[in-house]
Unconditional design. Sequence first.
Length: 258
Amino acid sequence: MKEILAYIEQKKARYAELPFFDFLRDRTLPPQQRLAFAPCFSFFVMGFGELNKHAFRVEPTTDPIQSMINQHTYEDDSHWVWFLEDLEKLNVDYALSLSDALKFLWSQENSFSRWTTYRLYQLTFQAEPIQKLVVIEAIEATADIFLDLTAQIAEELQTSSQREYKYFGQHHFAIDANHTIHSDEAEHKVENVVVPEYFQQSAVELVDEVFALFAEFSDSLHRYCLKTPAHQNLRQLSVVSELALPVLQEPRLAQQSA
């Protein structure tokens, strides 16, 4: 597994260079503007909690890798609660009719948020534990980049507002960094997992796909921030957004070389 983890680190370094993260680092922009993507993050955040419960987690199990994954899911499946709190604090928690909320969540602007969620389900539902572990390690690498930067933005907001932003702030970043799967003991176990020869190439392809998914997702969030005022009313957005087709057209995945 050491070779796969090293490959994930290579992909992580390239992922950190995406324009979206340059945008998040730009302290010349107001922090509210850099977090303007938050509404478009909703579908993914809410879906990720259920991904942990219904795709990653399998109980009962006697497989040591699956047991490690199960522990991780219990630590990771309720972060959406902090996200909902932050939406209110960011002043984007507008009262919407149910139809307007659905229009926004299923708009073209949210297609990558939905597709990332759906595709992660496809990759991991009833997959072998080692496949799930590779996907989780790649997701965690993308989260490291994202949460490190949003924590810095949240710190700017907290200075002016005196309010804690748990999801986007240091609270979430610190808890993620201290997940059991990141402990010295767990990391040692993961590094020493024997990757079957038949799965080695597939593992590389899984890593590539996860990073490509999140690259496209990040690009879509960046586009949304650039064209949307930080506090534009979501009801206006839901009305003007073009609805997605009933059958979702798969977004084009970014081509990222190793």
